[in-house]
Write a protein that binds this ligand. Sequence first.
Ligand SMILES: [Zn+2]
Ligand SMILES: [Zn+2]
Length: 107
Amino acid sequence: MTTRNGVLRILSLVDFFLRAPEFQPMIRYSWYSSGLGELEKPDFKTAKEICFDLGDMKCSTCEKDAFIRCNWCLKFLCFEECFHDYHVMICGKRDDFFLSLTHLEHN
Ligand SMILES: [Zn+2]
Ligand SMILES: [Zn+2]
């Protein structure tokens, strides 16, 4: 894989994970903290708490150490299954992700 394709894949995966509903309070907090919206401070979990508090967890489908928790399907993923297998296209909740993109286009 070329470096450019690797960078595009990383950006796509970050976009995929950040669009999950679990991140909505964190995104709303940015509006609150900037003073541009949100009158009440939303409680939120950080990206570390949501995706990377893995402890000794193993990948949900193999025995490798978990690299990240998918906050769409809630599975623990090793690096290979997240990055090389491009989890966006094999996530069990990818339809919800694509539906969320459609929802954004109509608002
Ligand atoms: Zn794995
Ligand atoms: Zn997933």
